[in-house]
Design a protein around this ligand. Structure first.
Ligand code: ACO
Length: 325
């Protein structure tokens, strides 16, 4: 038995922040941001709107799409690096709001690869026949962790949530193969401290003097292109497939130049790679599920298609999988 997507949902906050808005906030330009990142606009949460709020809206859509009641859920997995509470988890807040009284609830954090990692975890429970219906959500409010005076990072991110209900299917359908990994030795390449560290602690964690988001942009770029290709190819090989067998590749949306680099290296046709970063920015855990949802609703992926998902993020971490939808 495998896990298959039974329904999808997503949520983008109402407020749109364009590159032209950012021009009025920091020393930047629409031209610079578009050329370096591919981002034109992103959605930003209200001050009173949090990761669990977005997750609930996306989850309700996914449950409706799957025609499954909240009480039928056995497990809720929320991938997030921006939960509003350390405890209770976002997953517990979602469970309460949905009335999913029979579901266990767990937050997962592998940064931007989190949604794909959470699908892989869900697959284990469904294959073991421990659980039948699992709600997997990626929700992040990156805007709440953004230093809005730092032009090098504030232009990159946006907020959003995406959700999928996973249910059992026959072998040969649903999630076919997967691969994931981590390289904790490279913690300093991409980091967000959660505590008010001393200068020494900040330096030890590789965050230099930044107390918010820190990234070595060119190192992330090189890592991202390499690992997306290697991980995706490993998942495909396990399935006995080649890159040309994918109807659609849905990668993490960090930067259009990273996606273009991967397209070139993988030798996949650009029409078979889904990108929406121009309208969403980098929404961390929410990128992949929102892209799946958009692509499905637009008819760009359909039942029976074989798709590849691949994410990479802070940690450093990565995850990919091949599934029939
Ligand atoms: N507007 C205008 N100028 C800017 C901006 C901005 N928003 N940001 C930086 N600059 C300037 C810099 O100050 C620098 O100026 P200087 O030459 O006078 O010192 C110049 O532009 C070049 O800066 P770099 O940091 O070298 O710019 P780079 O070409 O590397 O582009 C970017 C930065 C887009 C972040 C790039 O490193 C990149 O694509 N990295 C990939 C990683 C990524 O996108 N990560 C997203 C999050 S990670 C994740 O999702 C897992």
């Amino acid at each position: 038995m495998n896990a298959k997507i039974a329904g999808v949902g997503m949520y983008l906050p109402e407020r749109v922040l364009t590159n032209f808005d950012l021009e009025k906030m920091v020393d930047t330009s629409d031209e610079w941001i578009t050329k370096r990142t591919g981002i034109k606009e992103r959605h930003i949460t209200r001050p009173d709107e949090f990761a669990s709020d977005m997750a609930v809206i996306a989850a309700k859509e996914a449950l409706e799409d799957a025609n499954i009641k909240a009480e039928e859920l056995d497990l809720i997995l929320v991938s997030t690096i921006s939960a509003e509470m350390v405890s209770p988890t976002a997953a517990c807040l979602v469970q309460k709001e949905l009335g999913a009284v029979n579901a266990a609830a767990i937050d997962m954090n592998t940064a931007c690869s989190g949604f794909v990692s959470a699908l892989i975890v869900a697959q284990q429970f469904i294959r073991a026949e421990t659980y039948r219906h699992i709600l997997v959500i990626g929700s992040d409010t990156m805007s709440k962790y953004t230093d809005w005076e730092d032009r090098t990072s504030c232009v990159l991110f946006g907020d959003g949530a995406g959700a999928a209900v996973l249910s059992p299917c026959e072998d040969g359908d649903g999630i076919l193969t997967y691969e994931m990994g981590a390289d904790g030795a490279r913690e300093g390449v991409l980091s967000i401290p959660s505590l008010k560290f001393s200068e020494e602690d900040l330096a030890r964690r590789g965050g230099k003097k930044k107390r918010t988001f820190w990234m070595d942009g060119s190192e992330v770029f090189k890592f991202a292109v390499r690992i997306m290709c290697e991980s995706m190819m490993r998942s495909l090989q396990k399935a006995g497939l080649e890159i040309g067998d994918l109807d659609m590749l849905i990668p993490h949306q960090a930067n259009i130049r990273i996606i273009d680099g991967a397209i070139k290296r993988l030798g996949i046709s650009p029409e078979r790679v889904y990108a929406n970063i121009d309208r969403t920015g980098n929404t961390s855990s929410a990128c992949v599920p929102m892209a799946i949802c958009e692509a499905y609703r637009a008819g760009k992926i359909k039942k029976g298609d074989t798709i590849g998902l691949v994410g990479f993020g802070g940690g450093l971490t990565w995850a990919s999988l091949v599934m029939k939808i």
